[in-house]
Write a protein that binds this ligand. Sequence first.
Ligand code: F1P
Length: 351
Amino acid sequence: YEQPKVIKATMEGRITDSHVLEQALGTDAANLLSDVNHVQIIACGTSYHAGMVARYWIEELAGVPCSVEVASEFRYRKHVIQRDTLFLCISQSGETADTLAALRQAKQAGFRAALAICNVPGSSLVRESDLVIMTQAGPEIGVASTKAFTTQLTALLMFTLALARHNGLSEEREADIVKAIHQLPDQVDQVLALDADIAEMSKAFMDKNHSLFLGRGSQFPVALEGALKLKEISYIHAEAYPAGELKHGPLALVDSEMPVVTVAPNNDLVEKLKSNLEEVRARGGELFVFADSAADVKAEAGIHVMSLPSVHEITAPIVYTVPLQLLSYHVAVLKGTDVDQPRNLAKSVTV
Ligand code: F1P
């Protein structure tokens, strides 16, 4: 529920005009970006999903190739890092052992600069990076990241705009996206107002053991994050797939016992998504769709649709994350699990 406030705090002071990076990081940092030809993102858990969303933004808006990898794999394999790489670590705590180890190793190989997106001032990650964008999420009580994720996305989008400025993004396009970022607090408030409806929807998951989350494009990492939230706090097995992968395997799992959750903002992928929904429905799967009303996804037998506000395509991953967080929360409350302290998990994985 703090998300409208902390998203605003994260963007405030940094997106007051089009000179995003100069305000966020200082002019020296802006100069650094002109030589960046590759972005390597490293993170764990929810922060990794934020990085996966950022890849879509960085490649689309800045035209810069971007790789994303979990730190727990990156640190244990031989990798090639080019000198013109910006090494971007995302971590709520700034103390995740795998992420720090990956950064330290990459430093030995050499790169252009290390940028941290972090929520804790003075943390190891902040101290060891060249540039920092702080998220302003404040302390998270729960183990499962919620407001950390949406503020990370806000910071990552600000960074993307800065990089894109150096790579030919038009002033009109940048202004349009900055405007959309400013609309986020209100839009997230509108989604939070759906709480009672989402609580009602959550009842359908009470007696289920498995679930599937689908998304297309930059909504695929949102589906991954929704699935992670559900498994972390309600212990229901949840898997996420890009909707186009359904026919390459997961469709075999679909039956009436498998709820399928989908996020459907109105974009040029929505028609393809609708045909994926039809594939699920035809096999008896029950669908729970969070959709832009303009996307015209029709509620019918086996398809429950919840209408979300119309949002900008670029900022949609931030807005569409929130109903999935609420859904997991309500399922967990119904099941009586501890939403703040899930079994077997720690807030910060420092070893
Ligand atoms: C990474 C992370 C969190 C998750 C849990 C364990 O932490 O995987 O995303 O919610 O708390 O650690 P961080 O590097 O973002 O602090």
